[in-house]
Design a protein around this ligand. Structure first.
Ligand code: FES
Length: 251
């Protein structure tokens, strides 16, 4: 874990209610580089609790976060401007484990579950793998990062109303695309995770990884607010997760 006051470089709306926040660490401060799927906890002025946001992308001094402005905290966050600072508790959570021996991973994201898969896709491509990304949204005005993913790997976008990309859900695309995958990484709302879980092809243990969203308070394992029952007993989504393997999950 690391606590840093970052400077905001950009806080821009990129889709309906969705913003991209780019942060830069102060000169001389070395940030720990995140593992794909990890998150940070932001201190927002006027909010008692920090807000957890997954990391989309990073470089040596920068972090890119994508969030949806849907509640008091994230709406306040959307009002921050470049040049202001944000106190960030970083390096949180247990991210995705890259399956080194796999070659054809499928990445399935829904809504604000899409961002952590971007950094993951980049790392998988760097590892010589050829991912397929399936990104699901409700409507065309919610779509973001299609071109960024397409620059990295084969990408399929779905919208529930058919206003952009393929009409339907990510599970429809998974069925229709005929991609033979040897590992699976997913992040999104729980009903989507459940549908992917039910439909995914059998894979060796550990090769299907699901990232969960939960209400959080501390974000680092101290308060138990985020605990959930798993096949291996109770786990804290913030510290033992947010990524769980298919074998660990109990619905
Ligand atoms: Fe406190 Fe997870 S949020 S233990």
């Amino acid at each position: 874990m690391q606590l840093i006051d970052y400077m905001i470089l950009e806080n821009t709306k990129i889709a309906r209610e969705v913003y991209r926040l780019t942060l830069e660490a102060p000169p001389g401060v070395r940030q720990e580089l995140p593992v794909p799927g990890q998150f940070v906890n932001l201190q927002i002025d006027g909010c008692y609790l920090r807000r957890p946001i997954s990391v989309c992308d990073w470089s040596e001094r920068r972090l890119t976060l994508i969030y949806k402005a849907v509640g008091t905290g994230t709406e306040k966050l959307a009002a921050y401007s470049p040049g202001e600072t944000l106190n960030v508790l970083g390096g949180l959570g247990n991210g995705y484990t890259i399956i080194r021996e796999a070659r054809h991973p499928v990445l399935i994201g829904g809504g604000v579950g899409v961002p952590p898969l971007y950094g993951l896709a980049r790392e998988l491509v760097r590892a010589g793998q050829q991912p397929l990304a399936i990104l699901g949204f409700n409507t065309a005005d919610e779509v973001f990062y299609e071109t960024e993913f397409a620059a990295l790997c084969r990408t399929v976008v779905t919208t529930a109303d058919g206003s952009h990309g393929e009409k339907g859900f990510v599970t429809d695309a998974l069925k229709n695309v005929g991609f033979v995958y040897d590992s699976l990484y997913t992040c999104g709302p729980e009903p989507m995770l459940r549908a992917v879980y039910d439909q995914a092809a059998p894979l060796p243990p550990g090769r299907a990884q699901f990232s969960f969203e939960r209400r959080m308070a501390c974000g680092f394992g101290a308060c138990m607010v985020c605990s959930c029952r798993t096949a291996e007993g109770y786990k804290r989504v913030c510290k033992d997760g947010p990524v769980l393997t298919r074998e660990e999950i109990l619905w």
